[in-house]
Design a protein around this ligand. Structure first.
Ligand code: FE2
Ligand code: FE2
Length: 247
């Protein structure tokens, strides 16, 4: 299987990507991802969210995940030719999408949207833009979430595709559950955008000695269906490639 050509929207790494310079954000003087990443209150809530995820045995949901989902959400829309401000709003929603985990895992999209509403109001963001961001946050998780907009769709694809060994927080491999094993088995994870053929590809390399492809599907099938619906909203086909084989 030859991986289809396209723009590389993501490259999973352990460290968050650097904060973009103002000239790169497309904000034109308005609040953007740069201001959100610089906000100490937001940083504290995301760190608290990840601490709670660590305690209940979940994979990393901290600043790394937030920054990656932000960058990939933006890159997906820019790769499809969406105008810069919409891509910036997707980046902002991507950064904030899991902030509600600092309250509780259950209903964290809705809790997070409510928290983001207050934080963004305090930052004097325009109400129309706040509505787009909190709508994306509130709809990012399966099974209730629905890709209601391009921003939401980009955040869903960026979030669901962040499967990578660096997300495993459990320090004891002998106590890994299936989520830990599958995450730990994923050695490479890339999103490719082929705007000419309208294809969004998630390309994974899995160490099948650690977890089988079937185990991946056992826990991710619902997420892949959500990605397919999100890609469709963006006018694209969602393509999943695991170890060079299109599924
Ligand atoms: Fe989430
Ligand atoms: Fe997430």
């Amino acid at each position: 299987m030859t991986i289809p050509p396209g723009v590389l929207a993501s490259d999973r790494v352990a460290a968050p990507p650097p904060v973009p310079a103002p000239s790169e954000t497309g904000t034109q003087g308005r609040i953007g991802l740069r201001e959100i990443r610089s906000n100490e209150r937001i940083r504290s809530y995301i760190e608290a969210a990840n601490q709670q995820m660590f305690i209940i045995g979940y994979s990393e949901h901290g600043l790394r995940h937030a920054a990656l989902v932000a960058a990939i959400s933006r890159n997906i829309l820019l790769g499809l030719g969406t105008e810069a401000r919409t891509a910036e709003l997707a980046a902002m929603a991507g950064y904030l999408h899991d902030i509600g985990n600092c309250v509780h895992r259950i209903y964290h999209p809705q809790i997070g949207a409510t928290m983001a509403f207050q934080l963004l109001e305090d930052m004097k963001l325009d109400a129309v833009e706040i509505a787009q961001i909190i709508g994306a946050i509130g709809n990012h998780e399966e099974p209730e979430g629905v890709p209601i907009s391009a921003i939401t769709a980009a955040v869903i694809i960026a979030d669901k595709s962040d499967v990578h060994f660096t997300r495993v927080q459990n320090p004891d491999p002998t106590t890994y559950d299936i989520h830990d094993r599958v995450n730990h088995a994923v050695q490479k994870s890339h999103i490719l955008i082929n705007s000419a053929e309208c294809v969004i590809t998630l390309d994974l390399v899995i160490d099948t000695a650690q977890a089988s492809v079937m185990e991946y599907f056992e826990i991710f099938v619902e997420r892949m269906i959500m990605c397919r619906k999100a890609a469709a909203l963006l006018g694209c086909r969602f393509c999943l490639i695991i170890n060079g084989v299109e599924l």
